[in-house]
Write a protein that binds this ligand. Sequence first.
Ligand code: NAD
Ligand code: ZN
Length: 389
Amino acid sequence: MKAVCWHGANKVQVDTVPDPKILNPRDAIIKITSTAICGSDLHLYNGYIPTMQSGDILGHEFMGEVVEVGTSVKNVKVGDRVVVPFTIACGNCFFCQKDLWSLCDNSNPNGWLAEKVMGHSPSGLFGYSHIFGGYAGGQAEYARVPFADTGLLKIPDGMTDEQVLFLTDIFPTGYMAAENCHIKPGDIVAIWGCGPVGQFAIKSAFMLGAERVIAIDRIPERLQMAKDMCKAEVLNYEELDVGEALKEMTGGRGPDAVIDAVGLEAHGTDFMALHDQVLQAVKIEPDRPTALRQVIVSCAKGGHVSIAGAYGGFVDKLPMGAAMNKALTFKMGQTHVHKYLKPLLERIQNGDIDPTFVITHTLPLDQAPHGYDIFKHKKDNCIKIVLKP
Ligand code: NAD
Ligand code: ZN
């Protein structure tokens, strides 16, 4: 089959690789009809995530048709159209039972390695390096899905791929980010990052009762989408002092909750710029939690900080003094996608949201290398790419 493979930083190509096989009675094989490129894939593309190997198949946002099932799979059958959560979870362990699906104890075969670095192992993830299990991803013609009974969501007839594809990741991720803000009536929520995750976080914050949402980015068409499609007030951080602007817009108090929907990729300068410059001068790539620092400093006293942006390893120079003395509450994590599949499918069916608004490009799988290039560099007004194997 054809698959999008990682071959080092900034190098992906479409290779011919062996078809996946059933390895465990709980597996299913999916023939993929639609798959997307995520901001998280850019961390791999940029070479930020260790334990990738040349030839690894990328992709964790995918859906398609079940073409084969293992002997103990009962909830899905050949021919079903399904959406696949990006987190892999057994459904039976202590954490799955507590609805903390991205912390599953049984789905990461390289958990021992993760434990050495993180103390405990998170769940396995599709197409996201060997420390997260080394699973082949879904930017391919076929994929093997473990724990098929637990993970796969059957799609009702009449719904298009584009309507449901983002249940795999970015819709639940934006939604959980907003839920982690503990929004109360009248609340103002500020969101850093108007990428796909940020866009869904804005929509979700309104769904959960926010009175106002202020969205921050520097890419004009992303700010435009946040304003036109998601009804946010927008700030371009290259044009003004975000901290001052937020104070002014909130009667001096600051937003009641703040979301980091940026993660490792943060651009821009803030009060740590000098520190970064020094590191660059000696050719050490600095960690750049630029957005996260601003998020913490801007948040109102007693407010909630929700981190959806992905971080790994060590992140330096966070203003913990501000966090402590303003009594902030922090929530973060890989999304517990399984928990949100059915409720968010209902939201789509009810017409509360049409997730297709975020798609700017649909490309054949063969053009994935071009897709990664335009998504990374924000060329051609690119916001979200769907690939068609
Ligand atoms: P993306 O790269 O398309 O979007 C990030 C946006 O942040 C860009 O528009 C960029 O211009 C903007 N940005 C950069 N620096 C900024 C700054 N200092 N202030 C404000 N905005 C800034 O990615 P995406 O697909 O929207 O994903 C966003 C983040 O969410 C990534 O880190 C991704 O890994 C993470 N993610 C996490 C989960 C999870 O389970 N928690 C799931 C999916 C994605
Ligand atoms: Zn993703």
